[in-house]
Design a protein around this ligand. Structure first.
Ligand SMILES: Nc1nc2c(c(=O)[nH]1)N[C@H]1C(S)=C(S)[C@@H](COP(=O)(O)O)O[C@H]1N2
Ligand SMILES: [Mo]
Length: 584
């Protein structure tokens, strides 16, 4: 018997049989539209379907108005700091923003993990984020438009915009590894909010917390070489979400965070950064006192999470700073930092996930514990495979700091048909975090059974905190679909798990399994293949698309008959003489 409950519809056996087809029934049945499937609840005596909540807009205008004048509440308080709102110093301001956000609702985020991913560029728009910003009002209202203008000004025209706002973009594969150093316009961008515009002459950095003498530094002071020796270093920054799309393509994840960027292999970039070692700046404040062990970085952008507004805060341990592996940088590849990359000053934490390299840095606070701020404590966690949405405790994930060893094939593309002369030219990158570096890159043309090492001469130079780009002519004899795989061995002989599932993570961070692509091999060094391709050419018929039938016979019946004359007909003769068995 069918029972009804709010938000759910339950179906008895008869009712299930009567269920009409949905639109796209066949696609749903074939697993091509996972997002359209209702949840099946078999825990009750009668199975039930749990349907998603319907979105009904709601807004309590009186409650919102009672908060006060938004234009006065949420102001830019520092001259020359456009788009910077201080949240961390004002609990009551956070409270007011919370009230505004909880006095209305916002449309649900788009489904793109279990449903088909949109095919446009920008792939996703960030509707909710835009609405959150205009809900708070004040200078945040125009942030989405202003930030998009910065993207168009500062980034390469061919960028793949995964999320328009907050902006998340990566360069297309052919450009990511075109050179060992990533030109600024092609360096990936991962933002959690709008892009503040900070006047360098009005800039200062606050250093406080568990240091002997809290101090403020202007940019000019930090750049004064008589006070702080200058540091210059080639560093790769990798977002822990790089290659996340491979995890998404297998299984959806992270229902508690918004997975804003369905990154492919391009959320990684390498630049020559110039700045000062944070260690020296801490020393200029008399060093750490009172059990100071962690440094918390404050970014001037506004981040929204679970109906709260905050600045972007994370931390790194003192041991990392002490090793001179944390830089405060103002220059990227010989230019002042682009606005989108943190102008005028950002952190560059070498060998750690990108999330710790805070942009638009305005404050550093020494703490005795890692930061409790949500970005540090609730995000960038590495879960066990069996941790689901309903079990996602902060403490069940490892906070990701050092990045593991990883690599990717950037050419050819997956699903590509490659005509070659017995070897396939492949290109890619390899990287290892924590101050380790790629020692060897191996590539396989048979799904990971046999491996060819990339020649040392075909790898870009070894650097302690940078990737190595590589290329190889990968021997391949076979015809048809093959799987090309690459993996890296770093100097500690760490290597990558062989498949995505071996390290699948509900949080969709750190997809570091050996990278696999499928290509269709057409090996022209085989006589028959060469002849056949020539045949296509003579007839003026393109070989593509692969799946279109060839309209002429590819073998004559003369050849067919000749073959059977030489090799015998299709069926084998019995070895015995039927007469011996008394037949006939
Ligand atoms: N203030 C601030 N800093 C930030 C972020 C941010 O959203 N706000 N994103 C972080 C993340 S997750 C990454 S991967 C890197 C990306 O640096 P990029 O945009 O310069 O490539 O910046 C980090 N620093
Ligand atoms: Mo990131």
């Amino acid at each position: 018997m069918a029972t009804e409950a709010s938000g759910t519809a339950s179906l008895g056996r008869q009712a299930q049989a009567d269920l009409p087809n949905r639109p796209d029934e066949w696609k749903i049945e074939q697993g091509l539209l996972g997002a359209s499937l209702p949840i099946l609840d078999q825990s009750a005596p009668e199975p039930r379907y749990v349907k998603p909540m319907e979105y009904e807009p709601f807004k309590d205008q009186a409650a919102i108005d009672s908060v006060g004048d938004r234009a006065k509440l949420f102001t830019e308080e520092r001259e020359g700091w456009e788009g910077y709102i201080e949240w961390e110093n004002y609990p009551e301001k956070k409270e007011a923003a919370h009230k505004i956000l909880t006095s209305q609702n916002f449309p649900p985020p788009p489904e793109f993990q279990m449903g088909p991913i949109p095919g446009q560029n920008p792939v996703l728009e960030g509707v909710r984020w835009k609405q959150w910003h205009s809900a708070i009002g004040g200078p945040l209202t125009t942030m989405p438009d202003r930030s998009w203008e910065d993207v168009l000004k500062e980034k390469h025209k061919d960028m793949l915009h995964l999320l328009q706002f907050p902006y998340n973009g990566e360069a297309p594969k052919r450009l990511v590894t075109a050179a060992e150093i990533t030109p600024n316009p092609l360096h990936f961008v991962r933002n959690h909010g709008g892009i503040p515009h900070i006047d360098k002459d009005k800039y200062s950095l606050q250093l406080d917390g568990l240091v002997k003498e809290p101090k403020n530094f202007t940019l000019a002071e930090l750049q004064d070489e008589s006070k702080f020796p200058r540091m210059e270093k080639l560093v790769t920054i990798q977002c822990s979400g790089t290659r996340r799309i491979e995890q998404i393509n297998l299984y959806a994840g992270e229902g508690d965070e918004m997975i804003n960027a369905p990154w492919a292999e391009g959320a990684i970039g390498t630049a020559k950064w110039v700045g000062v070692s944070l260690k020296k700046v801490i020393k200029a404040c008399g060093g750490l006192v009172g059990g100071g062990k962690h440094l918390e970085f404050y970014g001037a952008d506004t981040y929204f999470k679970k109906n709260q507004c905050m600045n972007y805060l994370v931390s790194v341990p003192w041991s990392k700073v002490k090793a001179n592996e944390v830089m405060l940088a103002w220059e990227m590849n010989g230019e002042p930092l682009p606005k989108i990359h943190g102008y005028p000053l950002r952190v560059v934490v070498m060998g750690y996930i990108g999330a710790r390299s805070v942009k638009w840095l305005y404050r550093i606070k020494a703490l005795d514990m890692p930061s409790m701020a949500p970005v540090q404590s609730q995000e960038y966690l590495y879960f066990n495979q069996q941790t689901g949405k309903h079990n996602q405790l902060m403490t069940s994930g490892i906070q990701i700091q050092e990045m593991p060893v990883s690599s990717a094939i950037m050419s050819p593309w997956t699903k590509q048909i490659v005509i070659h002369n017995g070897s396939i030219h492949c290109k890619g990158w390899a990287y290892s975090g924590g101050g380790r570096w790629p020692e060897r890159v191996e590539v396989s043309a048979d799904g990971g059974f046999s491996w060819y090492a990339v020649d040392q001469g075909a790898l870009s130079p070894k650097k302690k905190f940078a990737w190595r780009t590589w290329e190889i002519d990968l021997p391949c004899d076979v015809e048809g679909w093959i799987e090309i795989v690459c993996r890296c061995w770093d100097n500690s002989l760490n290597t990558q798990p062989l498949n995505v599932r071996a390290a699948w993570n509900w949080g969709l961070h750190v997809t570091s399994s050996a990278h696999r692509i499928s290509i269709y091999s057409v090996n022209k060094s085989r006589d028959l293949t060469a002849k056949r391709l020539q045949d296509f050419e003579v007839r003026g018929v393109p070989f593509a698309p692969l799946t279109v039938p060839t309209e002429w016979a590819i073998q004559s019946f003369d050849d067919y008959n000749k073959y059977f004359k030489e090799h015998g007909p299709r069926d084998a003769e019995n070895e015995y003489d039927p007469k011996d068995l008394g037949e006939d």
